[in-house]
Design a protein around this ligand. Structure first.
Ligand code: ZN
Length: 146
């Protein structure tokens, strides 16, 4: 039997090796780039919005396993959500990884809960979310976690 921490580790490694929605969207409604200089993670997010609903989201970039897995799981989690639901999930996710509060119904994002013991990696996990928010809100500056 795997304990949950080992299982979570395997899910993260799987998303790192086979990231979901790893592509560009032609003519997206929103696009943003993000950097985490602390670790060297870089991500770009494309999003398609239709009536405030995220109908498609994709990412590209290079970085550590945590940053790639987080971006991959994020795209799977937010597709079909409204813009506001996605921003609320970001708030919950940030609470989850920092340990500030429990996230209600984290779903697959629970795999990142153990990061609260590794504060230096929190920026790796939140980079894609910060960048998503910029893509949704139409920010054109490159996002940095620093
Ligand atoms: Zn990283």
């Amino acid at each position: 039997m795997l304990d949950s921490r080992e299982l979570y580790q395997q899910i993260i490694l799987d998303h790192n090796r086979n990231p979901r929605n790893f592509r560009a969207i032609p003519a997206p409604s929103g696009h943003a780039e993000g950097n985490n200089p602390l670790c060297g993670d870089a991500v770009s997010i494309d999003v398609t919005l239709s009536d405030h609903v995220i109908t498609d989201v994709a990412f590209q970039g290079a970085g550590c396993a945590i940053s790639r897995a987080s971006a991959s799981l994020m795209t799977e989690t937010i597709k079909g959500k409204t813009r506001q639901e996605a921003l609320d999930l970001f708030d919950g996710f940030r609470d989850l990884v920092t340990g500030a509060a429990e996230m209600s119904d984290p779903g697959p994002l629970a795999v990142f809960a153990s990061l609260r013991d590794f504060p230096a990696r929190v920026k790796c996990a939140t980079l894609a979310w910060h960048t998503l928010r910029a893509a949704i809100e139409g920010t054109t500056e490159t996002i940095t976690t620093e």
